[in-house]
Ligand binder design. Structure first.
Ligand code: FAD
Length: 442
């Protein structure tokens, strides 16, 4: 694997029956498992590879409320609260620090958008601060010619290498079963409702199953007649060698995003740049992605024809629950980073911050990001398959909202009132014939 991630030890015994099965051990699956176990529910998590091995161990580590789709702001705010509580509850450092997020820009239009967003966010209880060009300069001292910025002191960062593994371990301590290298091949359905799953180690019974399979969820759900529109976008990032502190938390500026890591290095990437592979899944859902493809978000994406047409999460083809499934053929999605982006980002970093001259790339990685047409996740109960829930499509920002989403899913599964309105997260918004909202994330 191109990333380094804390290892989790599997539970000692393999369950035959539990109340709830969680598919996928990313930040979402581990958080759901933790919250259910905390409520005393008997729960088992199955991960085809390793905990945190895909998106949740590959992201930039931003834990952000600022510039979110306002639909998602209550979830993001609750999530920040959970991040703060979790280290204490679990007794392990998840790397969470409320060190703030700063956006700087050289474009007047950005400032106008942030100002309008900030006014609405304030009515919802979230406060950020618009900064003048001088104030941006004073905060980061970079050489860029700023027009303005926005600063959200209550935002934070966490360590992707620590978070999902720590939450999974916390769930185990509360009684959850966690098994890795154990793909779920399919659902077990009896009398028209979910009665368990078929794993590569056999059947496990449960009356409720939640699919938190990230980039794989859409393919997993398709055999049950579920249309979960998803397009996977390849992101590239790298960790630097240790270097002087030019920013305490996270900084976004044109053509560069950086986060200070606990070990004194940085995670660096170029925002918005990525690759989209032409594959049967994104061809199938192309019409539903039309609003996104025509928005400015898609302008910086490169389209390519690659192996994913025949293999992997977006390929076509069926399988049986009793034979090797696509999920165990690729234990961990570990794509190559885009070399051109790495060199460009390193150059931009050193140009912006001369104090970082001599900094090097320690290691780099790629990560497939599962996106939905409006860039808001699906968190829902599936009417046509009673007993099945989906929490997927976190569209490049699920790490920050993971703990909040875990709580929301647990409330949905245990029939407690959800802490926020579920309407924005319903799968039905993507049903054929519905007008799909253009992505609002900024
Ligand atoms: C480069 C990059 C940068 C990002 N930066 C940020 C950021 O700064 N802040 C932020 O909030 N978000 C960020 N994101 C997005 C964030 O990482 C994701 O939204 C989030 O991690 C999604 O979590 P997940 O649990 O849904 O998916 P994943 O972490 O992908 O987990 C899904 C898991 O399900 C497993 N699985 C799938 N199918 C099966 C099956 N059939 N049986 C068993 N297991 C299965 C997979 O192996 C995988 O481990 C970034 C993502 C990338 C790639």
């Amino acid at each position: 694997m191109r990333i380094k991630i804390n290892a989790v030890t599997d539970s000692a015994t393999f369950p035959e029956q539990v109340d709830v099965i969680v598919i996928g051990g990313g930040i979402i699956g581990t958080s759901v498992t933790y919250e259910l176990a905390k409520q005393g529910v008997s729960v088992a998590l199955f991960e085809k590879g390793v905990i945190g091995g895909e998106q949740s161990g590959r992201n930039w580590g931003w834990v952000r409320q600022q510039n979110r789709d306002l639909y998602e702001l209550p979830l993001a705010m609750r999530s920040l609260q959970r991040w703060e509580e979790l280290s204490g509850e679990i007794g392990e450092d998840l790397g969470f620090r409320r060190s703030g997020i700063l956006y700087g820009t050289q474009n007047e239009a950005d400032v106008a958008r942030w100002e309008a967003w900030g006014r609405q966010a304030k009515q919802m209880g979230f406060v950020s601060h618009l900064l003048s060009a001088q104030e941006v300069h004073e905060r980061i001292g970079s050489q860029a010619r700023w027009v303005g910025g926005i600063w959200s002191p209550t935002d934070g960062r966490a360590e992707p290498s620590l978070a999902a593994p720590a939450i999974a371990t916390g769930a185990q301590r509360l009684g959850a079963a966690v098994h890795q290298r154990c793909a779920v091949r399919g659902l077990d359905i009896s009398a028209g409702r979910v009665s368990g799953v078929w794993t590569e180690r056999g059947r496990v019974r449960a009356s409720q199953v939640i699919c938190c399979g990230g980039a794989w969820s859409s393919r997993f759900c398709k055999p049950y007649g579920i249309e979960l529109p998803s397009a996977n976008i390849l992101g590239t990032a790298f960790k630097t060698t240790a270097a002087p502190e030019v920013i305490q938390g996270c900084l976004s500026m044109p053509e560069l995003c950086i986060r200070r890591r606990l070990d004194g290095s940085y995670t660096v990437a170029i925002p918005g740049r990525g690759q989209l592979d032409l594959a049967p899944q994104n061809i199938r859902y192309a019409a539903r992605f039309y609003p996104m493809y025509r928005s400015k978000i898609a302008k910086k994406l490169k389209l390519r024809l690659n192996g994913s047409f025949f293999n992997g999460p977006e390929a076509a083809g069926s399988w049986s629950s009793h034979g090797v499934s696509p999920f165990e053929k690729i234990r961990v999605l570990d794509p190559q980073p885009d070399r051109a982006l790495l060199n460009e980002a390193l150059r931009t970093l050193v140009n912006a911050f001369p104090a970082l001259a001599g900094i090097k790339i320690d290691h780099a990685w790629g990560g497939w990001i599962d996106t939905t047409p409006d860039l808001v996740p699906v968190i829902d109960e599936i009417e046509n398959v009673p007993g099945l829930f989906i929490a997927s499509g976190f569209s490049g920002h699920g790490f920050g909202i993971g703990p909040g989403a875990g709580l929301l899913c647990a409330q949905l599964i245990t029939r407690h009132s959800p802490f926020t309105d579920m309407t924005p997260y319903r799968l039905a918004r993507f049903a054929k014939g519905n007008v799909i909202r253009e992505p609002q994330m900024m």
